[in-house]
Ligand binder design. Structure first.
Ligand code: GAR
Length: 204
């Protein structure tokens, strides 16, 4: 059994679909869940605590010289979230993790990104897709490494792009698939059915 930390910054719809899947028993192998936000007013915090009864924390930048990620590590470890017993899901978490953080939780952090990586990394992936004029885009769940949206790919799903699409319409179509593949990816990771070989993820 693993502990799970979900890091959010906003709405938390991916977090919600994960919490729902855990609650319904669709994902097993998860013991304790903690939701952390770097923004005190993130709507996802209330969803986690009120709808799901999940413990939440807010981590803010520090005045005493401790870096943000150092505070984050303290908060995680206070809640028994360590490399050997846990998974960390970034779900709309809009901060870049430091290399030190990534090293401590090596291959235990996953992220969802609204494009078919390695295309359209970084911010506003849906807008980037519209500007490029691609006819398909999608979403990716990947392990987090030192780069921005560069880690080994776990799962992807394609989504068509239509001529009449706006950023909102395309984002909404992608989001439906995000919710599905994030749950599937977490299920795979929690069940230890993945192998990392030559920086590629293989299902076993
Ligand atoms: C999602 O579309 C997620 O893929 C994206 O932020 C949104 C968060 O929505 N993440 C990134 O762009 C990270 N690079 P949510 O808070 O409703 O899950």
């Amino acid at each position: 059994m693993k502990n799970l930390a979900i890091l959010i910054s906003g709405r938390g719809s991916n977090m919600k679909s994960i919490l729902r899947a855990i609650k319904s028993g669709e994902i097993d192998g998860i013991k304790n869940v903690l939701v952390i936000s770097n923004r005190p007013n993130a709507p996802g915090l209330e969803i986690a605590s009120k709808e799901f009864g999940i413990k939440t924390s807010i981590v803010l930048p520090d005045e005493n010289g401790q870096t943000f990620d150092e505070k984050l590590i303290v908060e995680l470890q206070r809640n028994d979230i360590f490399e050997h017993n846990s998974i960390i899901c970034l779900a709309g978490y809009m901060r870049i993790l430091s290399p030190e953080f990534v090293k401590i939780y090596k291959n235990k952090i996953i992220n969802i990104h609204p494009s078919l990586l390695p295309s359209f990394k970084g911010l506003n992936a849906q807008k980037q897709a519209l500007i490029a004029g691609v006819k398909v885009t999608g979403c990716t769940v990947h392990l987090v490494d030192d780069g921005i949206d560069t880690g080994p790919i776990l799962l992807q799903k394609c989504v068509p792009v239509y001529d009449a699409d706006t950023i909102d319409s395309l984002s909404a179509r992608i989001l439906v698939e995000e919710h599905e593949i994030y749950v599937k990816a977490l299920k795979l990771l929690a069940s230890n059915r993945l192998l990392l070989k030559d920086n590629k993820i293989i299902q076993i």
